[in-house]
Design a protein around this ligand. Sequence first.
Ligand code: NAP
Length: 243
Amino acid sequence: MEKIAIVTGGSRGIGRAIVVALARKGIKVIANYNKSEEKAKQVKAELEKENLQIDIFKADVSKREEVKEMVAYTIKKYGRIDILVNNAGINQEKLFQDITDEDWENVMNGNLYSAFCTTQEVVQFMINQKSGCIINISSIYGINGGSYAVAYSATKAGMDGMTKALAKELGPSNIRVNSIAPGCMNTDMNAYLTEEEWEEIKQETPLERIGEGVDIAKCVEWLVEDEFTTGQVISINGGLVIT
Ligand code: NAP
């Protein structure tokens, strides 16, 4: 049977690489975007050149009503959801003392509430199907913490906690829940880094390079195929963090 996947934040960066990889595996992908409509259209057009069809769907995944619409669209069109990748996220670089309540709320909503809300809307269908694969894209900052990124790190540790607890709750329904915690990746999220900073990160990384979206997409492909991994946080980081 054809598998159906929702990938949040599929317009660019890591999410885009995941959309492309899953579509190339013959999975029907609903690539979610929020602000980057042109980029989402570009992914769709590029895959069409390979005779692969994806759906793109605009929704701010930090808003319950918009998530509900995306899930309803998917169920109406395909009748099921097999894979959910909670990838959408925002960065926040701030000294701890400078974080306002509004900053805290924004990053909590953008990274953690969005994953909670999307998972909750999707999971009812997976429970009925008695199968599903949920992948949360967290971060090495959730494992190790990042200075100037206290709120961001808290959201990512929260995602990993959600992964582990939900894996226990949903295992009997044959739903696997895992996190992928990327290291430093070559995406817009890190566009603020200087050449020198990139070089330093490379030098600190045992595999001596910066990660690409495709490195994360390969792990997603594996988790989609696997049948006995759940509740795990898999860090793909070139050895930058070894726990
Ligand atoms: P990116 O290049 O900045 O892309 C972020 C993506 O998230 C965009 O597709 C964006 O969509 C989407 N997004 C953000 N808020 C959204 C919302 N409210 N609703 C829907 N979509 C939303 O970031 P990235 O590097 O690919 O990061 C992807 C994930 O990996 C994030 O969760 C990030 O925290 C995590 N991560 C990244 C790194 C890294 O070094 N880059 C490291 C560890 C973890 P629109 O542009 O369409 O709004």
